[in-house]
Ligand binder design. Structure first.
Ligand SMILES: Cc1cc2nc3c(=O)[nH]c(=O)nc-3n(C[C@H](O)[C@H](O)[C@H](O)COP(=O)(O)O)c2cc1C
Ligand code: SF4
Length: 708
């Protein structure tokens, strides 16, 4: 590689201590890190200093900076030579892709490198969305391959709209700013390089490939040694040949072991974490808090990248929007969604409601399924959208819609979909008319409703309209859970019995996911014990159907009012949507029954009063309940909705048992109907088809007879 392509000289902001406060001067790097010291050199490389540069760490200084100081570096670049041959490394090629081009280019990169004669280890191709369960495993720690050093190559598209890349960039930034962890974890790599894909016509200037450029900078700030300049390829005009050019050049570098220059200091993309300060200013007007430094530097026009712009969670032109609307979702505002479920359609045709009718008395044609937050903090294996859905650990980082807008949009979207059903054969007129008065709201769908900062106001608005609220949360946001106001029924998803299994099933973004789940269990038992609480278990064969005892431990800890156990449903396999499940992972009803019987026995053997209350075989769903719901020998798992609103409006405290109704016989566990309401007609597709065929044949016979 020629010196030209390896020389990356970037301006560094510099500071010095003067009169007890810090001011920006051109003497030393602002990151008080010596980029020439061997302690900051990727292990396995040696540095050849070009000239003497300051080697001591800056003293802790006042937390204020002089505004409008020059942003320029006097620090010379440094030569570095790898003692380990690049070809002896383990290469990881990471990519993230919404429409497939980054995946194709990353695959081509892998193939090219595999073809290098002396390459010792096969490169590993990894999707950041599907193969990297925990970013910390690779971007806080790095894989330990013994004496073999790692090289990271990243193929990254840019998306102005919300996408998983935001989350990745946020992770790099958080790592850099987290004082509890190593600030330079990427120094353990032999090096890194980034290839950006974008569209320079629609996103010109600073916007073009902006996320690849940001990733390149963060990797550098995290101590990474840049092996090659960031690639910026316009897929619209230059397309894959241009990407292959970068790949070809990079491959040439791999075989060439010339020393090359590295930066003395990465340039500043966010300086909010600069050295803390002590002491006071005597000139408050000209001083600025360290928190504002990032903005000042951005305003000073060095970058103009939109890293900190607040985005819409699901913008109209985003692939997620297209994907969701294609699946029948109506996107409300920019972060909420509504969809009419198949049971609502079924109930409109008199063909039976979902299991919630059997267990709690909810008629499906009166139910609206919605979520005020399509984003989530998990990437569950049984969720079809984890490749493209917006994700965030715990903070709301998008444009926020007011609850009135979400409510109006959700109802409008729901009624519009109901209206569209009017031409469907078999719609029952009375149910069709009733359906325009929603009585129940299932806050589940996809995403995490509790994430929405105005969730309490939203639930309050539902109750004002006498719409019941069933809220499902993923047990990852204990703070939000503790603050949640009264809902009709509060669900917590329990997707696995142990920490290891939960990591496999939910693929959570928060590394303290288990502690979060445990806190949520404690909250159910304490702050939220006044609610009617439900554990929801989704059984996935091969993932979470063992270890009954650990499930029982959780029940013992949280003491939910009820436990709903449902077999997972199959919603596509890995090629289309990044979902690793196959039909083999979907349990049969008998397997679910066996699981429930075992759990019930385990709880009873511990003296915990739970028993199996109801079932809905059609949905592969079974309900266990605290035996306090068995009043005078009869299960009372149904809800008295008018009573719920009456109690709510009285302003008095009340608990789960205060608004119950008897469960109908046909829904009780072991009944002949197994949860199917005898008033509904069972629809048997085969019989119906046969009936229609016979009718057609009869008509044809009559016509023939008449014409003869
Ligand atoms: C909604 C949307 C937003 C985009 N935003 C940007 C952008 O800000 N900058 C850019 O250079 N390219 C942008 N692009 C172009 C993509 O980065 C480009 O098409 C890329 O090849 C997509 O990679 P993928 O197929 O791996 O997802 C955008 C494309 C779409 C559909
Ligand atoms: S909690 Fe729900 S929306 Fe989120 S990933 Fe899991 S299944 Fe999908």
């Amino acid at each position: 590689m020629g010196a030209g392509s390896g020389l990356l000289v970037v301006c560094g902001v510099v500071h010095a201590i003067s009169g007890g406060r810090i001011s920006l001067l051109s003497e030393s790097p602002i990151y008080a890190v010596d980029f020439t010291s061997t302690s900051f050199t990727p292990s396995g490389t040696s540095v050849i200093p070009k000239r003497e540069v300051r080697t001591t760490r800056a003293k802790r200084t006042p937390k204020v900076f002089k505004k409008a100081m020059p942003v320029k570096s006097i620090v010379e670049p440094t030569m570095t030579k790898s003692e380990v041959k690049l070809l002896e490394s383990q290469i990881y090629i990471f990519y993230t892709s919404l429409t497939g081009s980054s995946q194709r280019v990353a695959t081509a990169l892998k193939e090219k490198l595999e073809g290098l004669e002396d390459l010792q280890n096969e490169p590993k191709l990894m999707s950041l969305d599907d193969d990297v369960d925990d970013l910390e495993e690779y971007f806080l720690k790095t894989p330990d391959n013994g004496a073999t050093k790692n090289i990271y190559l990243l193929v990254l598209p840019s998306y102005e709209t919300d996408s998983p890349i935001d989350y990745f960039l946020e992770h790099l930034k958080d790592t850099y700013q987290d004082f509890r962890v190593d600030k330079y974890p990427m120094r353990t790599l032999l090096g890194f390089a980034i290839l950006g894909l974008g569209d320079s016509e629609s996103w010109s200037g600073d916007k073009f490939c902006y996320q690849a450029k940001l990733a390149d900078r963060w990797m550098g700030k995290l101590g990474g040694r840049r092996l090659f300049p960031v690639g910026e390829v316009c897929m619209k005009y230059e397309g894959e040949p241009k990407a292959h050019e970068w790949i070809q050049n990079f491959a040439s570098l791999m075989v060439d072991d010339e020393p090359f220059y590295i930066d003395e200091g990465e340039d500043d993309i966010d300086d909010s974490d600069k050295e803390d300060s002590e002491g006071n200013s005597d000139d408050a007007d000209t001083l600025v808090d360290v928190e504002d430094m990032g903005n000042i530097i951005r305003k000073s026009g060095t970058k103009g990248l939109s890293e900190t712009e607040t985005k819409e969670m699901v913008a109209k032109d985003s692939p997620t929007y297209k994907s969701l609307t294609k699946q029948g979702y109506t996107i409300v505002g920019s972060h909420s969604g509504v969809k009419i479920c198949r049971w609502t359609k079924s109930a409109l045709r008199g063909r039976g409601s979902c299991y919630k009718f059997a267990f709690y008395g909810i008629k499906s044609h009166l139910c609206m399924e919605t979520t005020p937050s399509l984003a989530c903090s998990n990437k569950c294996v049984f969720c079809w959208r984890h490749g493209t859905n917006p994700v965030a650990k715990s903070n709301w980082r998008w444009v926020l819609d007011p609850p009135e807008k979400v409510m109006e949009g959700a109802l409008q979207g729901h009624y519009q979909k109901i209206k569209q059903m009017r031409g469907v054969p078999g719609i029952q007129m009375d149910r069709f008319q009733e359906a325009f008065q929603v009585k129940h709201c299932a806050l589940s769908l996809v995403g995490e409703p509790i994430f929405y900062p105005h969730i309490n106001e939203f639930v309050g608005m539902l109750h004002e309209k006498h719409i019941s609220s069933f809220l499902v949360c993923n047990a990852q946001h204990p703070d939000n859970l503790a603050k949640l106001s009264k809902v009709t029924q509060l669900y917590v998803s329990i997707d696995a019995p142990t920490k290891t299994d939960l990591r496999k099933v939910d693929r959570p973004l928060n590394s303290d996911f288990w502690e979060r789940l445990m806190s949520c269990l404690d909250i159910l038992r304490t702050v939220q014990s006044h609610q009617r609480t439900v554990f929801r278990l989704t059984l996935v064969k091969g993932f979470n159907m063992n270890d009954i005892e650990s499930y029982a431990d959780m029940v013992e800890r949280a003491r939910p009012s009820q436990i709903e156990i449902k077999g997972a449903t199959f919603c596509g396999s890995s090629t289309g949507n990044g979902n690793p499940l196959t039909m083999q992972n979907i349990p049969f009803y008998d397997e679910c029954k066996e699981f429930v019987i075992n759990l019930s026995n385990e709880l009873q053997s511990r003296g915990l009063n739970y028993d199996i209350a109801a079932e809905h075989a059609h949905s592969c769903c079974i309900l266990m309940a605290d035996t306090k719901f068995k009043i005078n020998g009869k299960w009372h798992t149904h809800i008295d909705y008018p009573k719920f609103f009456e109690l709510l409006e009285s302003g008095k405290d009340f608990v789960d048992l205060d608004y119950v109704r008897e469960t109908p016989d046909w829904a009780v566990w072991g009944s002949d109907e197994a949860g199917f309401n005898p008033e509904d007609t069972k629809y048997d597709r085969k019989t119906e088809k046969l009936k229609k065929k016979l009718e057609r044949e009869e008509q044809a016979r009559k016509v023939i007879e008449q014409t003869e």
